[in-house]
Ligand binder design. Structure first.
Ligand SMILES: Nc1ncnc2c1ncn2[C@@H]1O[C@H](COP(=O)(O)OP(=O)(O)OP(=O)(O)O)[C@@H](O)[C@H]1O
Ligand SMILES: Cc1ncc(CO)c(N)n1
Length: 270
């Protein structure tokens, strides 16, 4: 019997509900996929910032993976906030040990408000242990700069960095251009495993309601991959999903507000 599509998010909890694991679950649900989760860390967070954060014991991380593996048929997974080097290593071990389908790796480092969600000394572990497992690596600009030890300013820099990340072992690369807020377009660069590439370009929306945009984008991609949507189509749906979520604001919180996870369905009826 064909089981209902199931996806897994391995991430940190955002009490504010707009980013992290909560953004993932809301997005996956909107794409008609059943969301499961491994909680790596808990944050006390709202749209103004991260007030506190605590990684969970490694044994509990291992146990969550084991519980899922004995019962579910997960067809795609993603990672978000992983806290520190030992949590990155533990997650990598569990990704190698079980079959969770294609991995979308969002190398979350710093929240929009400036809080550090990954320790500096975890970057090397992420680079060596997790990056080679990624079907899709989806960093934002600051994360790309850290991972490649380079500065990204021009379109040539995007391409160069994407090739470098591919040489480090990730198969497909999406470099998100959201942080280039002086540009009139929100342009992301995609480099596919076979060497083809493309730009995903949408009008930039003037808003500060961008909490969890990256999580929402990568969660949509994970949901689509869980349903078996081919990668290119899955990426295009995800870009349209995040565009609709930013373009149709909801008034929640007093800082960088969350995006609207209902908007894509309301606009596209899909
Ligand atoms: N103001 C905007 N208007 C339209 N699209 C945007 C805007 N800001 C970001 N995006 C798009 O949202 C997606 C996420 O990109 P972004 O660079 O914001 O990710 P991120 O920094 O990882 O997000 P976060 O850390 O808040 O989860 C990309 O497709 C980007 O182009
Ligand atoms: C828990 C968590 N994960 C990821 C992000 C990045 O959006 C965030 N702000 N909080």
């Amino acid at each position: 019997m064909n089981e209902f599509p199931q996806a897994l998010t391995i991430a940190g909890s955002d009490s504010g509900g707009g980013a992290g694991m909560q953004a993932d679950i809301k997005t996956i649900q909107e794409r008609h996929v059943f969301a499961t989760n491994v909680v790596v860390a808990i944050t006390a967070q709202n749209t103004l910032g991260v007030q506190a954060s605590l990684p969970l014991p490694l044994s509990l991380i291992n146990q969550q993976f084991a519980s899922l593996a004995t019962d579910f048929k997960i067809r795609a997974c993603k990672t978000g906030m992983l806290a520190d080097a030992e949590h990155v290593a533990t997650v990598a071990e569990n990704l190698r040990h079980y079959d969770w389908g294609p991995l979308t790796l969002d190398p979350v480092m710093i929240a929009k408000g400036g809080a550090q969600l990954l320790a500096d000394d975890a970057i090397d572990t992420l680079r060596t242990e997790l990056l080679p497992l990624a079907t899709v690596l989806i960093p934002n600009l600051p994360e790309t700069e850290v991972l490649t030890s380079s500065r990204i300013k021009t379109t040539a820099d995007f391409k160069q960095a994407a090739h470098q990340l591919q040489q480090m072992g990730a198969k497909n690369i999406i470099i998100k251009g959201g942080h280039l807020d002086y540009q009139s377009q929100a342009a992301d660069y995609v480099l596919y495993a076979d060497g083809q590439d493309e730009w995903l370009t949408t009008p930039r929306i003037a808003t500060k309601r961008t909490h969890g945009t990256g999580d929402t984008f990568s969660a949509c991609l994970t949901a689509e991959l869980a349903k078996g949507t081919p990668l290119k189509a899955a990426i295009h749906i995800s870009k349209a999903f995040i565009q609709a979520a930013i373009a149709n604001p909801i008034t929640v919180g007093h800082g960088h507000g969350p995006t609207n996870h209902w908007a894509y369905q309301e606009v596209h009826h899909d």
